[in-house]
Design a protein around this ligand. Structure first.
Ligand code: NAD
Ligand code: ZN
Length: 360
């Protein structure tokens, strides 16, 4: 049997720097097809009526669509956005620009793919199901941690599953990293989304899929997370470094996988709508058995910043509901294999997962 090495795409162009958002107009200009082919800006609605919204470089028939990040992206939401854009314009857009956290970045990726690929976005959840190149799409994170700005996936909640559209066409064609855009994030959200990055590092660095490629990015991201959450950086340095930690964390899992916290967090997200960042934290705190050092450091960071995680999330659930969460989690086979090796089923049983969920 021939060994298969992944040949994965990277973001071909990236702008980095405080204040670089003001360069967006120049960055987009060469990508404008003609005056009837707009740029569509999908923007987190926390920015409605803010200075940032006024700085978006609209020309011709460009449009801003404000979208709430209250709930994580859904396939029906992607489909509706694609229909709206197709109905309002005769020509395909020049590009889609996502401005926000992982939610908006993932929406932008999915909409760009579905503008050129027929049918519902739910038909493309999985690995390498996308047939045609997407339209040009740009990612501009306003909160750091998910690594969605570099990854080749867009995670969507569909009718049957919460799963990414993993494809070579998912990756952004351009990313703009302006650390100043993260200024308004609340302390809690800063912690939860930043811990997504930290957990990417721990899961990648302790996994069986680890290799020198992933390790080099994972170690860098982990060092940056430690500086940000345990050091005494200025606010400006901290914003810069967390943005680069997110990038490196995303690069680390590109050539490996995430692990136990992510598998179980998907179950919480699917059943209860618990969001990715906080869901990872809720699970990770109870994973000493799998990640002893990682959890100890996590608790240290949590205490330093006075973060209190909610409790009792799973206390009222029925057996059927536990079963649903466990099924979703156990379906994430590559994550378990990475965490525990080929024989992961020896350790991970429905009873084991239920006992962890019951602590949350
Ligand atoms: P998010 O996008 O939901 O944002 C979290 C909260 O922060 C929201 O309330 C949002 O409005 C607010 N916010 C964002 N920027 C702000 C700013 N500058 N000022 C004030 N408030 C701001 O959360 P997230 O943690 O960034 O992303 C989670 C999503 O990312 C999930 O849907 C998850 O599935 C996805 N994800 C994707 C990947 C990937 O590789 N594609 C990886 C990890 C997570
Ligand atoms: Zn994650």
């Amino acid at each position: 049997q021939k060994t298969e090495f992944k040949n994965f795409p990277m973001v071909p162009r990236v702008v980095f720097g405080k204040g670089s958002f003001d360069q967006l107009g120049d960055v987009l200009m060469p990508k404008r097809k003609h005056s009837e082919a707009p740029f569509i800006f999908l923007v987190d609605d926390v920015f409605e009526n803010t200075e940032l919204a006024k700085r978006i470089p609209l020309i011709f028939n460009d449009q801003i669509i404000f979208i709430s990040a209250e709930e994580e992206p859904k396939t029906v939401q992607v489909d509706a956005l694609v229909d709206k854009i197709k109905n309002e314009y005769q020509d395909l857009p020049s590009g889609i620009v996502g401005i926000g956290g992982g939610t908006l970045l993932d929406l932008a990726k999915a909409v760009a793919i579905l503008l050129t690929n027929n049918g519902s976005s739910s038909e493309y959840q999985g690995w390498d199901l996308v047939q045609k190149p997407s339209i040009f799409h740009v990612g501009i994170p306003t909160i750091s941690g998910t690594g969605a700005e570099v990854s080749r996936t867009t995670v969507l909640l569909g009718p049957e599953k919460k799963l990414g559209i993993n494809s070579d066409y998912t990756t952004f064609g351009q990313v703009l990293l302006d650390p100043d855009l993260t200024k308004g994030v609340s302390k809690e959200q800063w912690f939860y989304t930043g811990m997504d990055c930290y957990i990417h590092c721990i899961e990648s660095l302790t996994g069986t899929y680890l290799n020198a490629f992933s390790q080099s990015y994972g170690e860098k991201a982990l060092d940056l997370c430690k500086e940000v959450y345990l050091g005494d950086l200025s606010e400006e340095e901290s914003r810069d470094k967390l943005m680069m930690a997110s990038w490196h964390g995303g690069m680390s899992i590109a050539y490996s996988q995430v692990g136990v916290a992510h598998a179980m967090s998907y179950g919480l997200g699917y059943l209860l709508g618990v969001k990715h960042g906080i869901g990872n934290c809720l699970v990770f705190q109870h994973l000493e058995e799998f990640y002893p050092e990682g959890v100890a450091l996590f608790n240290k960071m949590k205490d330093k910043h006075g973060i209190e995680l909610p409790t009792g999330i799973c206390s009222q659930l029925s057996e059927a509901e536990f079963d649903t969460m466990i099924k979703v989690a156990m379906n994430m086979v590559p994550l378990w294999e990475n965490a525990l090796g080929k024989n992961w089923r020896d350790t991970i049983t429905p009873e084991k997962l239920e006992s962890i969920y019951r602590k949350i």
